[in-house]
Design a protein around this ligand. Structure first.
Ligand code: ZN
Length: 276
């Protein structure tokens, strides 16, 4: 009898630890508390993944464990040493509460705060294959360069690198990531100067979509010009305050390329539908 009680007590404590990990933020605790069923956890040394079932938690852990060192390698930095926690938020009530608590966009697919990532479950958009890698790029950038990284660089890298890494991850299992972006035009289009000066996402959903797409294309164009080997130092310079254009032209000196026609190249890229 005592053994059974002890086992029960132990089991209870284990469940309790999952729910009340003292390192969890109030937002994460709320997500656990408001989840309709108890969340399952899959854990490695540095990553904990919480999801409604074991298979989902395991899949998130596997992808994150693959993506984190890849992303750090592309950026030329060390992966974060602090634990990262990832939550699949299954209920729409849970997501709405999260949006209210964090002041984030209701139309978002994911939110990352410090070392915690919240993924919205369900819906067509939630199935975007690059969203976990996208959020992990933000986590790695924040760990390496703090919270003052220019928004265009942070989102552009998350889009560009997130897609590349999620493709690598899926190709490991013989799967391909393919899709198509519609061409954008008209009033949504902003100049590079405006894009690179933004400190917040545009309120309007169409303008926000343009911002994500354009910053991703801008980072891709820059990488195509300077080459991927020079990207880590370029990112480090701009993330720590250098002017993006000055840092770019410095790396193109002596070549026929410059930043001069970038505006035109970017407008062309975003106006065309792109298959990937
Ligand atoms: Zn983002």
């Amino acid at each position: 009898m005592a053994g059974v009680l002890f086992a029960l007590a132990w089991w209870w404590r284990e469940r309790d630890v999952v729910r009340h990990d003292p390192a969890l933020s109030p937002v994460a605790r709320r997500v656990l508390r408001e989840s309709p069923g108890s969340l399952q956890m899959a854990r490695s040394v540095r990553i904990s993944a919480y999801a409604p079932d074991d298979a989902q938690a395991g899949a998130i852990l596997d992808e994150a464990a693959f993506s984190l060192p890849e992303i750090a390698m592309h950026l030329g930095v060390e992966p974060p040493t602090q634990p990262i926690r990832i939550f699949l938020v299954a209920s729409s009530n849970g997501w709405e509460g999260l949006v209210r608590a964090t002041g984030s966009r209701p139309d978002g697919l994911a939110v990352s705060l410090r070392d915690e990532i919240f993924l919205r479950d369900g819906g067509v958009e939630a199935a975007r294959p690059d969203r976990l890698a996208h959020e992990l790029v933000h986590v790695v950038m924040r760990d390496a360069y703090g919270t003052n990284v220019p928004l265009w660089l942070d989102e552009g890298l998350a889009g560009h690198l997130g897609l590349a890494v999620s493709r690598d991850y899926r190709s490991k299992y013989g799967r391909r990531v393919t899709g198509k972006w519609a061409g954008l035009s008209g009033e949504e289009v902003e100049t590079i100067e405006k894009l690179t000066q933004r400190r917040e996402l545009p309120e309007d959903p169409a303008a926000a979509r343009f911002f994500y797409r354009a910053t991703q294309e801008l980072v891709t164009l820059i990488e195509n010009r300077i080459g991927s080997a020079r990207m880590p130092a370029y990112v480090a310079d701009v993330a720590t305050g250098a002017d993006w254009r000055v840092a770019l032209d410095a790396r193109l000196e002596g070549s026929p390329l410059s930043s001069a026609d970038l505006e035109e190249a970017l407008q062309r890229q975003v106006s065309l539908p792109q298959r990937f």
